[in-house]
Design a protein around this ligand. Structure first.
Ligand code: TMP
Ligand code: ASP
Length: 236
């Protein structure tokens, strides 16, 4: 099934298959933060993120969000449709935290009246800078007609994910998704896991995501396991 390695990223490897329209995504155990200035890993991390992503992607697909997922091949490998990834990190925030809180000097935890959608330019050499809609058009990374479609998809993912996380006892503070083009349509791609979400425990307020690694809060593996367990209970 798996053929040549096409691409290796910080947390995943992409392999060609015998079909040009399908690729295998292998989830690695590595964990990076701050544009890979901080590196770590733990055993089973790739399998946990795969499990969480596949549960969420299947649920999103059932609820009308098309995704690139075809099927799970093994504990660390997914078969997905090959898409043309739009080089934007589409971030949705429900509660202010992380970079946008810092940028405006606002304390983390402010609940927003309406979800905030932001675009960041996916470019490691530039450390993924924030960019405006017009700057995205200037760079030629999206068509004008795609901008509202990206935002609509991001908000729909937010609504569905917010409900699921709520049932799992978690507040969906913010998250990042990547979207690809497939046969002229936009589909959700990449992953959704504690690596790219902020999740706060509803009862204790504890951080249940990659901030445990970024901020050296400890119990990183245990936290990913707990999120996977709760989502499995909610979605299986
Ligand atoms: P930020 O507060 O650092 O901008 O991140 C917002 C959310 O998006 C947070 O859940 C982490 C996620 N994210 C990524 O997964 N990768 C990225 O490169 C960026 C900029 C954000
Ligand atoms: N995803 C980015 C990295 O791996 C940024 C982060 O999550 O802090 O460096």
């Amino acid at each position: 099934m798996k053929k040549d390695l096409m691409y290796e990223g910080k947390a995943k490897r992409i392999y060609a298959t015998e079909k040009p329209e399908e690729v295998v995504v292998e989830y690695k155990d590595s964990l990076t933060a701050f544009n890979a200035l901080k590196k770590g890993s733990f055993d089973g991390k790739g399998a946990l993120n795969l499990q969480i992503t596949s549960l969420l992607f299947e649920h999103l697909a059932k609820n009308g969000v098309p995704t690139h997922l075809i099927k799970t091949l093994s504990a660390t490998e997914l078969l997905v449709k090959k898409v043309e990834i739009i080089p934007l990190e589409v971030v949705v925030r429900n509660v202010l935290a992380g970079s946008t809180a810092k940028k405006f000097g606002i304390e983390e935890g402010r609940v927003l009246d309406r979800p905030l959608v932001e675009f960041y330019y996916k470019d490691d050499a530039l450390a993924d800078p924030f960019l405006s809609d017009d700057q995205a058009l200037m760079l030629g990374v999206v068509k004008e007609s795609e901008i509202p479609q990206l935002k609509t998809m991001a908000l729909k993912v937010n609504e569905i994910m917010g409900q699921v996380m709520g049932k799992a006892g978690l507040t969906l503070v913010d998250f990042k998704i990547e979207i690809g083009r497939l046969d002229g349509k936009l589909v959700l791609a990449d992953e959704i896991s504690p690596d790219c979400c902020r999740l706060w425990d509803k009862k204790t307020g504890e951080k249940m995501d990659k901030d445990r690694f970024r901020r050296d809060l400890g119990n990183v593996a245990e936290t990913y396991q707990e999120v996977c367990k709760r989502l499995t209970e909610v979605l299986k």
